[in-house]
Design a protein around this ligand. Structure first.
Ligand SMILES: [Zn+2]
Length: 110
């Protein structure tokens, strides 16, 4: 079980470290998000990250932290090149931000 406060702290720390000029990016918690652990909304006008509450309830701190960093890697990748997927460019960014460089470590995350 990981709390919203813990997840917010992981998120804020990663934004501060990797995207200090993008502190306006919001983090949302979604109780209806079941098929994915988290997702990043990659829209120039409205970048945000959504985290699944059921993932936070069921999984460990390390697993949830990896999901947050996975989504941060998508944001960094998107800001740098205007798109993001799970290719080798994104995998290098994932390593840079400290996320496991794969699409799904524990379940699915987009
Ligand atoms: Zn992904």
């Amino acid at each position: 079980m990981v709390t919203k406060e813990q997840v917010q702290k992981i998120f804020d720390t990663a934004i501060e470290k990797h995207l200090p000029r993008y502190k306006f990016i919001k983090l949302y918690f979604n109780g209806r998000l079941k098929k994915v652990l988290g997702r990043a909304h990659l829209n120039v006008l409205n970048m945000s990250v959504e985290m699944s509450l059921s993932h936070m309830e069921k999984d460990t701190y390390e697993q949830v932290r990896d999901t947050v960093l996975h989504e941060i890697a998508h944001l960094v990748d998107f800001i740098r090149r205007g798109k993001s997927n799970h290719d080798s460019v994104w995998r290098a960014v994932a390593v840079e931000v400290g996320a496991a460089p794969r699409a799904s470590k524990f379940l699915k995350n987009s």
